[in-house]
Design a protein around this ligand. Structure first.
Ligand SMILES: O=C[C@H](O)[C@H](O)COP(=O)(O)O
Ligand SMILES: C=C(OP(=O)(O)O)C(=O)O
Length: 342
């Protein structure tokens, strides 16, 4: 077997016991989770913004970013529900490159998965305890979800994982909203089928247990654009796309139909500075059509303290080492614009 067993990682219960979420924060989180579910049930018409760095690479810069976001959240709280992105696992197209804090708690050092698991739990607990906003993360490794299940407010299943059965079944056992992204090919039936699967209960093997789930009625769609067989980008945020997708989605008679639009990735062709323009266009489409107004519940925006991206060795504080992000000033302006124009 070409696999070396390096270290036995303690089970989630053990790590949670060592690093508990304080009781009063649990209550705040439960309230915030309840508020978010109400948005998905159409009982609250606030617009969701899932916003933050492409990857949560350093605890200090990510927390500084979220502190700024919390101040803005306070000013726009009547119209906008902010979910910070704390993305601690990164899927990679070829397997090469930084795979997130879960792999490398210090991006300049060698991978250390045991320290990584503790580092990502520490970061989620710190951000939640200081700023009271449960964050979004990508459920890249379904088996690792248990290490964070009490702290995360929103999960996404990425474009490279959404057709995978274990991801879909794991989502069926999550009680907070989970966004299922369209796959990189753009095939919408894959995304819609993943929602069908996640909304039903299943029995399967998970972390050495036979488990049964009841289905997640808050599994929904995230549109992130696509790439064709020649590597060209095909956005899916334009008015006609949104109308077609919303009608297809409605036909399936799923629980709580909802769409989040990712303004970066293949929608912006990874041109991070296009995100404000794309966000404006989506707001306009939403205002124009009542079905879109109901279905499009929010946006996902990639943003960090400093705009753009850098090589992992460059060490600019608060600048992305994965995909290029919008800088803080443009992000703040964009959030206020959205708050005034939804
Ligand atoms: O969001 C980040 C990236 O788009 C995703 O992880 C894939 O990255 P890569 O194509 O640079 O590997
Ligand atoms: C990896 C991400 O997205 P996608 O799965 O759409 O590529 C992401 O949102 O960081």
């Amino acid at each position: 077997m070409g696999m070396k067993f390096i270290k036995k990682i303690p089970a989630a219960d053990e790590i949670k016991e060592q690093m508990p979420l304080p009781e009063h924060i649990r209550e705040i989180k439960a309230q915030r989770d309840q508020d978010l579910r109400k948005i998905f049930c159409n009982e609250d018409d606030r617009f969701i913004l899932i916003v933050g760095p492409c990857s949560a690479d350093h605890e200090d810069s990510v927390c500084e970013y979220i502190e700024k976001l919390a101040q803005v959240q306070d000013r726009v709280k009547d119209n906008i529900f902010v979910i910070p992105r704390i993305y601690t696992n990164k899927p990679r197209t070829t397997g090469e490159g930084y795979k997130g804090m879960a792999h490398q708690p210090d991006p300049s050092k060698e991978p250390d998965l045991y320290e990584g698991i503790k580092a990502i739990r520490r970061l989620h607990i710190k951000a939640l305890s200081e700023f009271y906003m449960p964050a979004a993360d990508e459920m890249l490794y379904p088996e690792n979800y248990t290490y964070l299940s009490d702290v995360i407010g929103y999960n996404a299943i990425g474009a490279r994982s959404v057709e995978n059965q274990q991801h879909r079944l794991a989502v069926s056992g999550v009680s907070t909203p989970v966004g299922m992204k369209n796959p990189t090919s753009g095939d919408l039936s894959v995304m819609l089928n993943s929602i069908v699967a996640a909304q039903q209960g299943h029995s399967f093997i998970y972390n050495g247990w036979e488990v049964a789930t009841t289905g997640n009625p808050f599994a929904h769609a995230i549109l992130r654009g696509a790439v064709d067989s020649y590597g060209r980008n095909i956005p899916n945020y334009h008015y006609e796309d949104l109308i077609n997708i919303s009608s297809e989605y409605e036909k399936r008679q799923l629980f709580n139909p909802a769409i989040i639009v990712d303004t970066n990735h293949a929608n912006s062709m990874k041109l991070y500075y296009e995100q404000p323009r794309i966000a404006r266009e989506i707001l306009m489409s939403r205002r124009y059509d009542s079905l879109l107004k109901k279905m499009i519940k929010g946006l996902m925006i990639e943003s960090y303290l400093v705009e753009g991206r850098q090589g992992i060795e460059e060490n600019v504080y608060g600048k992305s080492i994965t995909d290029a992000c919008l800088g803080w000033e443009s992000t703040e302006k964009l959030i206020y614009f959205i708050a005034e124009n939804i």
